[in-house]
Ligand binder design. Structure first.
Ligand code: APR
Length: 182
């Protein structure tokens, strides 16, 4: 599914984040930046050791990455030139600032992309795997945060890459509702 928000093309598709040819892809990392499972594992496997090397240098310089923040490394051998690593919140029932932290993670990635002049960026569904954030709630936060950010900024393309058919359909429902309201 494709829809415009201002000057920005939003593309929602089912696929593997590591195969995207956008200028940057987002990694759903953890604060250690030392890799893990899910998206994180897939990105480090596909991108090679250079990504981890840069992550180690970042942690040596500035310490662990707080939840909601983002940093940039090379894309190593990925098609994407850069990886933006962010840390989403672990779901703990919803009363511990999870919604705002998830929004902050999306905003931090977008702000870093602007800072580096990145014109196209792919997002996974941050926090909805190992971190167990409820999927529909997360999809709405992703949508609202991105649409708000696009009031003052534009990209050539923002992609949401969903791993499963169910997640794709959920995202399509959430974004179609928005299109019908605007
Ligand atoms: N491409 C796109 N989406 C993927 C891929 C992939 N290759 N692999 C998994 N996903 C999906 C999952 O189905 C889930 O919906 O990405 C979403 C996020 O899941 P996780 O990767 O588990 O990320 P998160 O919930 O943010 O948990 C982060 O998991 O692996 C660790 O180091 C990581 O500790 C951190 C935690």
């Amino acid at each position: 599914m494709q829809l415009p928000v201002g000057q920005t093309k939003i593309l929602i598709l089912q696929g593997d984040i590591t195969e995207q040819d956008t200028e940057a892809i987002v990694n759903a990392a953890n604060s250690s930046l030392m890799g893990g499972g899910g998206v994180d594992g897939a990105i480090h496997r596909a991108g090679g050791p250079q990504i981890l090397e840069e992550c180690k240098q970042i942690v040596a310089r500035q310490g662990r990455l707080p939840t909601g923040e983002a940093v940039l490394t090379t894309g190593g051998s990925l098609k994407a030139r850069y990886v933006i690593h962010t840390v989403g919140p672990i779901w703990r029932g919803g009363k511990n600032g999870e919604d705002e932290l998830l929004a902050k993670a999306y905003r931090s990635c977008l702000a870093l992309a602007v800072k580096y002049g990145i014109k196209s960026l792919s997002f996974p569904s941050i926090s909805t795997g190992a971190y167990r954030f409820p999927k529909e709630r997360a999809a709405k936060i992703a949508r609202t945060t991105v649409v708000d950010f696009l009031i003052d900024h534009s990209f050539e393309e923002l992609r949401f890459v969903l791993f499963s058919r169910n997640d794709l359909e959920l995202y399509e429902r959430v974004w179609v509702k928005l299109a019908n309201c605007s």
